[in-house]
Ligand binder design. Structure first.
Ligand code: ASP
Length: 328
């Protein structure tokens, strides 16, 4: 029988019926055994308690610890399932995808919209599907939710109260767990599994909106090592000097300070093209990097990760290409 590691980090899946109380660790693993006894027919499971947190408490230091734990333990297993809250699942999945390069085993994140112990909980099926995906799915970091398997660094949380909590608008699903479970091949490996665990968290995400006072982000720049701008549409932002509030000085000052700026789009589908409109082109002249169709989560985490691992001269190249299937 195949061996899987089940790492619990927290989230609604592991909360008791009376939210927001988390089940105690012992109670959590007992509840899994009681509510989903079939899991033991699918694989030999070993449980590991990583944390018992609402995922809004997730932080870069915890990603480093989680990736290190998975890297150290995966040799003894055929794959891993990570139970996680839905709120920051896309961020953790992105982080793991950049930290665990050339994965040779599936690492599947899952969670639930209702606690495992509740009637009509989605946790039971999500757990069974995640275990199935860890046994038979692609060898990369994925998110399994509501009978679909997604590339981890492509997902967005799209629903708070429906069971289909995730979508990956710019990438096809990697698996469908219907009457039959079907999986795509996933990423091609280019060498041995390696751990790249460091992050530079001094990154800021700026969402552009009408009325944004450029003085505010300008004042932040001295404290930043990297900036992600969530721009309009194809990568646009106000740049007219006549109308005021042009963001041009922000791009200029970031360039002067050698702070990398990655532009992503507020539109969930398709990607940034900085050559299409005037403001995008302007950003390019100040050295802004196109985030293409990176999700906001993947852009922020990849920038943190690139700043820690990639020499400054190669950072643009690192950010503009796909390193873990995160951009098209
Ligand atoms: N707040 C919860 C969390 O992210 C929500 C969930 O798990 O669905 O931990």
């Amino acid at each position: 029988m195949k061996r899987l590691l089940l790492v619990h980090t927290g989230g609604t899946l592991g909360m008791s019926g009376r939210r927001p109380h988390a089940l105690r660790p012992g109670a959590f693993f007992r509840t899994v055994r009681e509510r989903v006894p079939e899991l033991t027919k699918l694989a030999h499971l070993e449980f590991e308690l990583f944390s018992n947190l609402d995922s809004c408490e997730m932080q870069p230091e915890l990603w480093t610890r989680l990736a290190t734990l998975l890297h150290e333990r995966l040799d003894d297993f055929d794959g891993a399932v990570v139970t996680h809250g839905t709120d920051t699942m896309s961020d953790t999945a992105s982080a793991l995808s950049f930290m665990l390069r050339n994965l040779d085993k599936p690492v599947v994140l899952t969670g639930a919209q209702r606690p495992l112990g509740e009637v009509r909980s989605d946790a039971r099926l999500n757990l069974i599907d995640a275990v199935t995906s860890a046994l038979h799915g692609p060898k990369e970091v994925t998110v399994c939710f509501d009978s679909r398997l997604f590339r981890g660094n492509r997902v967005r949380k799209v629903s708070i109260a429906e069971y289909d909590a995730f979508d990956s608008p710019n990438h096809p699903v990697l698996g469908v767990l219907g009457v039959e479970a079907r999986f795509e091949r996933g990423l091609r490996r280019r060498g041995r599994r390696t751990l790249w665990p460091a992050l530079v968290p001094e990154v800021f995400l700026l969402r552009v909106f009408p009325g944004l006072d450029p003085a505010l982000p300008l004042a932040l720049l001295p404290r930043l090592k990297g900036l992600v701008v969530e721009a309009y549409g194809a990568g646009n932002f106000p740049s007219s000097a006549d109308l005021g509030r042009s963001l041009e000085p922000l791009f200029a000052e970031a360039q002067r300070r050698r702070i990398p700026v990655v532009v992503v789009s507020q539109a969930p589908r398709n990607g940034v093209d900085l050559s299409l409109y005037e403001s995008g082109s302007l950003a390019r002249t100040y050295g802004a990097i196109s985030g293409g169709d990176l999700t906001m989560s993947a852009a922020v985490v990849k920038l943190m990760h690139g700043l820690a691992h990639v020499p400054r001269g190669s950072l643009r190249h690192y950010l503009e290409r796909s390193v873990a299937g995160e951009r098209t």
